[in-house]
Design a protein around this ligand. Structure first.
Ligand SMILES: Cc1cc2nc3c(=O)[nH]c(=O)nc-3n(C[C@H](O)[C@H](O)[C@H](O)COP(=O)(O)O)c2cc1C
Length: 381
């Protein structure tokens, strides 16, 4: 199978499966507990039908949106994800380059493998910095200051991960950072030697956002322990309100789901919220963001930008979310499998396919710009 054979999410996933050692593939592909929420994220789009209009003279389509003050040429962006250089040696650089080529936003994770400064300097496209809240308030302040100096556009605080999710696929393979592979897991790496060759012949693995503060080497902290020992489960709305004031720029909460929390986010001055269940990787059984979207948009859509992510695999999924009132949609595995499959050309092909689908689907819907989409276009089964 080659990149040219990939025509949709499932093809990219299959190519990534062929190229990655199974423990790494399962880290990306897996989710929490019984993976119910992971499955529902995509299924929820199928409970909703599009109702097109015809004969509207749609020759050109404008896909641009503005969120949190950032103009994006596409209504989708690359959501921040951890450990990208483990999936492909080009890692975040490939994703940033592809996002820039398509005029959209990308996020650098706290657990990213390229420094936020390096990608900020290399690409002019809007950049998010995804932040975790640490017990050490000095560390939080230092990290925010660093992001400010790097001229990051949007601060995105992830609030659904005050403790790590139960990812049972990782327990079986021994996937963790540093690696603590089971024998079976080690054998899987031996079966994919090209991955190993790329891994050892390229820039040494590191997590530059945290390296100065956390020692992930040898017997030191694992990512699992980083979550339980360094992040602050006692974080409250007052802490976030203070962060919003200190950041003094576009500030977004990722992982808000309830109407009550959305209202509080608006009242402390957040510019945006991402309805998200972290791709089903945290609280299994939690609701799909798409199912929760309408009530949150109705409650706070006039006060901040409501964004959503989770399970998006098709242009039509994006159009359904936009029709309900989302201002933009985050992509996770949609670009991660292409990254793993083929690096930058993979992510570019995935974004190109998404753009083509969106343009075609907008024409078939009879819509010229994103503002033409509305709930009149939708019926729920
Ligand atoms: C492998 C992987 C790593 C992720 N790492 C992070 C992270 O470091 N920080 C974060 O806020 N979200 C992280 N996420 C969640 C994504 O940002 C996004 O919310 C989710 O992937 C959306 O679901 P989808 O993959 O079905 O599109 C990660 C997701 C995956 C699949």
């Amino acid at each position: 199978m080659r990149l040219a054979d990939c025509h949709n999410f499932h093809d990219f996933r299959e190519l990534a499966r062929q190229r990655l050692p199974a423990p790494i593939f399962n880290y990306i592909d897996g989710a929490a507990d019984d993976e119910v929420t992971y499955r529902r994220n995509t299924e929820s789009f199928e409970r909703c039908d599009l109702v097109p209009n015809v004969l509207r003279g749609v020759d050109a389509v404008d896909l641009s949106v503005t969120i949190m003050g950032q103009r994006l040429a596409l209504p989708v962006y690359c959501s921040p994800t951890a450990l990208q250089r483990l999936f492909h040696h080009e890692g975040e650089r490939a994703v940033a380059a592809a996002a820039a080529r398509f005029g959209t936003m990308f996020g650098v994770s706290s657990l990213g493998t390229v420094s936020l400064e390096d990608v900020r300097k290399a690409y002019a496209t809007p950049q998010v910095y995804q932040f975790y809240f640490h017990k050490d308030r000095g560390l939080n302040r230092a990290m925010m200051q660093r992001a400010k100096e790097a001229k990051v556009d949007v601060m995105m605080l992830t609030v659904d991960s005050i403790t790590g999710g139960n990812r049972e696929r990782d327990l079986r393979t021994g996937f963790s950072i540093p690696f603590r592979l089971t024998l079976g897991g080690m054998l899987e790496f031996a079966r994919k030697p090209m991955w190993g060759i790329n891994y050892v012949t390229h820039e040494r693995f590191s997590m530059p956002q945290l390296d100065a503060h956390v020692d992930f080497g040898g017997d030191a902290l694992s990512i699992g322990r980083y979550f339980t020992e360094m992040l602050d489960p006692s974080m409250t709305w007052d802490d976030v309100a203070q962060m919003v004031r200190e950041w003094d720029g576009p500030f977004c909460l990722k992982g808000v789901m309830s109407v009550e929390d959305a209202r509080r986010a608006a009242s402390i001055g957040c510019t945006g919220i991402v309805l998200s269940n972290h791709g089903g990787r945290q609280l299994d059984g939690s609701r799909a963001a798409f199912d929760q979207l309408a009530e949150v948009v109705d409650a706070v859509g006039d006060r901040l930008d409501v964004i959503m992510d989770g399970g998006v695999q098709r242009g039509t999924h994006v159009l359904k979310a936009l029709s309900l009132g989302a201002k933009a949609i985050g992509l996770g595995r949609y670009y991660l499998f292409p990254l793993a499959a083929a690096g930058r050309p993979g992510v570019e092909r995935a974004l190109e396919l998404m753009k083509t689908e969106l343009e075609r689907d907008m024409k078939l819907m009879g819509c010229r710009s994103i503002g033409d989409l509305s709930r009149d276009n939708l019926r729920f089964r």
